[in-house]
Design a protein around this ligand. Structure first.
Ligand SMILES: Cc1cc2nc3c(=O)[nH]c(=O)nc-3n(C[C@H](O)[C@H](O)[C@H](O)COP(=O)(O)OP(=O)(O)OC[C@H]3O[C@@H](n4cnc5c(N)ncnc54)[C@H](O)[C@@H]3O)c2cc1C
Length: 311
């Protein structure tokens, strides 16, 4: 219930306008977002590289409402890719994008998002790195996969995300387990109806393991995106059972979440990729992180009176 309310907040422009102005908000946001500028982001990924971790960068933005916005997202990504190349970070850093930021929700959105994503792929291949296409709510799943399939015809290294909570995901995992595929498996962060998604934590965890088995049995590269110790342990065990080496899959976690565990896995010889968001449009991303863990919301709400009285 609380999760659904919070996720509805992620789409509320009115609430966003009020909350982003509270001084306490930026303090809490910094825990999950590397910063608002490219320099903040470069500093964060440089530190990760020094610590033996990798990064996938998300230039924050989603639900673009016009073509100019989609082109602006592309332009910002192109500047970022250039800066990463100049800083010699592209061996340790790849890009993540949401197709709605590139216009997927517009009229003729699939074509627009495909065209812009393809332009980004040209720059990404030139910089020597890769792209993973994020997955959004279930109304975008088929559209996103169709665009990814088209991109993969030219750029087979383009990866995407499957969300274990969707009933369809085990079938999708089978379909995307072939040679060269790069699939990030996560539990899923949106509020989805029971017609399309499992609702309980136990069901979602069981579905995660089923999809993970399919990916590990396959010939692609599973990217195990979870902070859940049970999913991490299961990934290690399934990989061992399927005869996979530690470098044939990787763990992925979000910036600022279970940082010690990220480092422990990296020190143990696993590839750990951290999802590093940056940019000014952090509202939707931030609220999804609050929804995942009530303790984050409590921390945020507790800080509000202190911020008000210290003004
Ligand atoms: C690299 C990466 C990319 C992702 N990309 C997508 C995507 O494209 N589409 C999508 O729908 N979802 C995406 N997600 C989010 C994902 O779907 C989950 O919502 C999120 O990862 C929480 O699920 P969990 O597997 O960590 O398990 P949970 O059961 O939610 O959490 C397990 C433990 O992890 C810690 N934890 C989890 N979340 C938080 C948090 N917000 N704050 C503090 N601690 C926390 C807690 O200790 C918790 O007990 C991504 C996640 C990762 C790691």
């Amino acid at each position: 219930m609380l999760r659904s309310i919070l996720l509805a907040m992620a789409r509320s422009e009115k609430l966003k306008a009020v909350v982003v102005k509270l001084p306490v908000t930026s303090k809490v946001v910094k825990r999950f977002v590397s910063g608002e500028t490219i320099d903040d982001c470069i500093a964060a990924v440089t530190k990760l590289k020094q610590q033996g971790r990798y990064a996938t960068i998300d230039y924050l933005g989603e639900d673009t409402t016009n073509l100019a916005q989609a082109e602006a997202s592309k332009a910002a990504c192109l500047v970022l890719i250039k800066r990463l190349k100049e800083a010699e970070l592209t061996t340790h850093v790849e890009m993540s994008i949401k197709l709605t930021a590139l216009g997927l929700g517009l009229e003729d959105g699939e074509e627009v998002a495909y065209r812009i994503a393809k332009e980004l792929c040209d720059a990404i291949v030139d910089a020597g790195t890769t792209l993973t296409v994020d997955m959004e709510d279930h109304t975008a799943t088929d559209k996103t996969l169709r665009v990814v399939d088209r991109l993969r015809e030219t750029y087979p290294w383009v990866g995407t995300v499957l969300q274990a909570y969707l009933h369809r995901t085990v079938a999708d995992a089978k379909r995307y387990a072939g040679v060269g595929s790069r699939i990030r498996l996560c539990k899923g962060a949106y509020s989805e109806p029971p017609e399309v998604a499992f609702q309980g934590a136990g069901e979602v965890n069981a579905a995660y393991i089923r999809a993970l088995r399919e990916l590990m049995r396959g010939e692609g590269r599973p990217m195990v995106a979870s902070h859940d110790p049970k999913m991490i342990q299961a990934a290690m065990e399934i990989a061992l059972r399927e005869g996979r080496s530690a470098d044939s899959f990787e763990f992925q976690m979000l910036y600022g979440i279970r940082v010690e565990e990220q480092q422990r896995l990296a020190n143990a010889g696993y590839k750990v990729t951290v999802y590093v968001p940056y940019g000014t449009d952090w509202w939707g991303y931030f609220v999804r992180r609050l929804a995942e863990r009530p303790a984050n919301l409590v921390f945020f709400l507790r800080a509000i009176p202190a911020a008000i009285f210290s003004r």
